[in-house]
Each structure stands twice: as structure tokens, then as C-alpha cells.
Design a protein around this ligand. Structure first.
Ligand code: 8YV
Length: 325
């Protein structure tokens, strides 16, 4: 008998077939008010759960007494209460390595777009407002040779540092709970206190995971410690930055601009000042959203679920100790 698995995100056909060759799959296209009752019903005999972008709350877990493994198609695990999963003996699998480089590309896109005002300038051309040679009102800020401060020197932080150092000759500062000797050796990255990083960096890049202790990690006080010419770049999770404080800082010129792929509330409400502020580049959470990377994430998540339900949690498991094997 194949184990029962619930899939709550649309995935490519070949990966669905792989999943179906190992499991009986109940498929839901997201979890919505319309399908919630059926989703909860399908959980009653599910041993595995796979999907992304929906919080998996205690009421779902209560409805899933046989659940042994959840495989999220993401690196971030903030949609889950990991200690609760561990106490329920449910392994949580994620997709860390496959999206590192693409997410770092997105973060660097935000660095370049914010500094060189690419979207503003492109709109000027598209709207037929390029009617004379450009003047100081169109100038941007250099990226090359500047200082980048990276909050969180994990896989993605390292990949951002690589681009900054090797591609743009930037100095790299980082803030992390533990040293990253590779980043120090490869990119001359220097670990420092948060206040020093904020005061010295021309680009402050947030690449921390969202945890209770990183929520609103960057607030009014931290923004005021940044240079007035600096940019805040957030490619991890919106809740790490106090959005109201950021909006105020951008409106009052406390910092020069921001490049944001993530927001406190997603989709970003259309009436948010972040939509209309000229010194903000806002993207719709596309960090890992390329054909290649999203496919690799799904494949990795399917592999992870197959392994976990075969009692192998040696790779990509967030809480390997959840089940004592
Ligand atoms: C996706 C992400 O937006 O992996 C993550 O943690 O934020 C993104 O790659 C998301 O999880 C949807 O799959």
C-alpha cells in the first residue's frame, strides 16, 4: 500500500507523476476558504504533506494524526511552528541549496536597480519624457567600490557577498551570530556589530531568516543609524523590517532608498506608500522565481518527501530529531 500524501500546490506534471509513483496523492491548488474542508478531510489519513506559501497551522496538524513528514517547496520555514512539529514527531523538509544563487541574483538586482534608479529611468523613456540629455536629477549612486553590509551570512548571504566582492569590488561587512570563515577568506568579509554595519554600509542587505527574535529586527532606531545616502535591501521576509518605520524613513530622507522583494503583508496592498514612493523598488516576492529554480525546488521537495517517508532525514531536514529512528 502506498502512503497517502496531500499536495497543496500545483507542480509540473513530471514531478506530480514522480510523486504519484510513490504515493497516493490528494491534490489541492492552494488552501482556500472553498476547499479548506476537503483539505482537512484529506489530512485524516495523510502521512506526508507537500506544498508552499500557505501557513500550516495547529488545526491542520490536529486533523492529521498519521502525519510523519512535511516537505515545503521553499527554504523559508516561517509558515510552520517548528517546535510544535517536533513535539508532534513530524519532520519538516525544505529546499535550501537549489535557490541560493537565483535569490542572490534577485537581491543584487535590487541593489543595482535602487542605486541606478533603473525603473524610474526606464519609465521616463517609456512614457516619452526623455526629451533632453539627462541632468543631475537623473543621476544615481555608484555601486562599485562601495560597502555592502549583509545581515545574515548563511548560504544566500555568502552568494550576495560573492557578487559584491568579485563583481563590483565592494567591501563586505556582515552581521551573524557565528563567524563565516569562508566568507572572510573568499571575500575579505568582516564580521562586525550591528551598529557598525549600519553606520558604515552603503547598502544594508537583509538576508536573515524570520524567527521570533528577528521580527522587526530593523526598526526606527536602526534606520536612523544608517547613512542618509544608504539603501536598505530586503530579500528575505518583510516582517524582519518594521514597515511603518521604513516608510517614515524613506519619506523623511533618513535613508536614500529601498529595494524590497518582501513585505509585512503579501501581496503588498495597492495603497501602501511603498507602491508610490519614488525611492522604492518593490518586487512581488520573486526571489527564487525563475523557471529553472522553481523547477529545481519542486524536484528537491519531491525527493525530500520520498526520503523522509522512507525514514531518511539526513539531508534538508529542519528538525531531524523529531522522529527517533
Ligand atoms: C518562495 C521563498 O517565494 O523559498 C523561500 O523561502 O521565499 C521563495 O522561494 C516561496 O516559498 C514559494 O514557493
Amino acid at each position: 500500500m502506498k502512503p497517502n500524501v496531500v499536495l497543496y500546490k500545483k507542480i509540473p506534471a513530471d514531478q506530480l507523476e514522480r510523486l504519484q509513483s510513490h504515493f497516493n496523492v490528494a491534490f489541492f491548488e492552494g488552501i482556500t476558504d472553498d476547499n479548506r474542508a476537503d483539505f482537512i478531510g484529506a489530512l485524516s489519513n495523510a502521512e506526508g504533506l507537500i506544498g508552499a506559501s500557505c501557513p500550516i497551522t495547529a488545526d491542520y496538524l490536529d486533523a492529521a494524526p498519521a502525519l510523519r513528514a512535511i516537505s515545503t517547496i521553499s527554504v523559508g520555514v516561517d509558515q510552520f511552528n517548528v517546535p510544535d512539529l517536533t513535539s508532534r514527531k513530524i519532520n519538516l523538509m525544505h529546499t535550501p541549496s537549489v535557490l541560493t544563487e537565483t535569490t542572490a541574483d534577485t537581491i543584487f538586482t535590487l541593489v543595482l536597480n535602487s542605486a541606478r534608479r533603473v525603473i524610474e529611468m526606464a519609465e521616463m523613456v517609456k512614457e516619452g519624457r526623455w526629451t533632453r540629455s539627462i541632468g543631475v536629477d537623473c543621476y544615481g549612486t555608484d555601486v562599485n567600490g562601495k560597502t555592502i553590509g549583509i545581515l545574515g551570512m548563511g548560504r544566500i548571504g555568502y552568494a550576495v557577498a560573492k557578487r559584491a566582492y568579485a563583481g563590483f569590488g565592494m567591501s563586505v561587512l556582515y552581521y551573524n551570530d557565528i563567524p563565516n570563515p569562508m566568507a572572510e577568506q573568499d571575500f575579505k568579509a568582516r564580521r562586525c556589530e550591528l551598529d557598525e554595519l549600519l553606520a558604515q554600509s552603503d547598502f544594508v542587505c537583509v538576508v536573515l531568516p524570520l524567527l521570533p527574535e528577528t521580527e522587526k529586527f530593523i526598526g526606527k532606531t536602526q534606520l536612523q543609524k544608517m547613512k542618509p545616502s544608504a539603501f536598505l535591501i530586503n530579500g528575505s521576509r518583510g516582517k524582519i523590517v518594521d514597515e511603518a518605520a521604513l516608510i517614515e524613513a524613506l519619506q523623511q530622507g533618513v535613508i536614500r532608498g529601498a529595494g524590497l522583494d518582501v513585505f509585512e503583508k503579501e501581496p503588498l496592498p495597492a495603497d501602501s506608500p511603498l507602491v508610490s514612493l519614488p525611492n522604492v523598488v518593490a518586487l512581488p516576492h520573486i526571489g527564487s522565481a525563475t523557471h529553472e529554480t522553481r523547477y529545481a525546488m519542486v524536484r528537491c521537495a519531491v525527493d525530500n518527501l520520498i526520503s523522509a517517508l522512507n525514514n531518511d532525514v539526513s539531508v534538508n531536514c529542519v528538525n531531524p530529531k523529531a522522529r527517533q529512528r
